[in-house]
Write a protein of this length. Sequence first.
Length: 277
Amino acid sequence: MTSLHRIGIHAGLGFHVPFQERIHLFHDAGFDTISLWWEERHERARELRHLAPDMIRNTGLYIDNIHVPYYCCNDLWSEDSVTRKYALDLHLSWIDDAARHHIPIMVMHVTMGIKPSPPTSTGLDSFQALTDHAENQGVVLAIENTRSDAHVAWLLDQIPSPALGLCFDTSHSHLWGDDPLHLLSRYGSRLITTHLSDTDGKRDQHWVPGRGVVAFDQVAHQLNSLQYTGTILLEITHREENGDFKTFLLDARNKASEIAQSIYTQNTNDEREISNG
């Protein structure tokens, strides 16, 4: 019995191993695909990002998405035309980068900070422009739930395009969502990719699933009900300075596989019930 899902990992969170070596370790641990942090402000990393796609594919891995920086995402809602244009042009250029490197998904945040300003028509104009450009370029924007489910929900309601969807983060939903599964249940048909990690319920720890308080059995059940076949992607951090990196990756891969297998098994059981009904 096999899973329907590719198993992925974010390539840039706390992994203090040279990039070329790191991606080989991801491959050797059994991961299928990678999410790339698309660095902008640091010159060396900005240069590496355009080399990374070929390096990854030459290792035998797929690229699920690029995750773009969020330091100026609030500016997409700005009433100041100059400020807004700078942020919009930057995000448009990242969509072009994704298309250039044949990467199908761009993950982005829509707000930054504890109490973002309410959604506005100006912000809607920004995200409509980004969605239109993404659609033209053959890229899908996956907006991630962070501290404001309201902004994510509002944009998904206002922009029904298939080029705009949801990146569901389990820890963010547990920490800041009114109901940990609300967005997933309401916008499951718009789910594009995942950020699976665990938390202690206090901070965004980026732990391997199973270490904290997130109910991954419920997450798997919801993904099963949606018949989700996209990537099961971990957004986790290796914090143990003296811990063995290979062991950490193998454990993480096994935990993600258990979640994927749970979804697959539930789907298989449902099919058997229908056929026997």
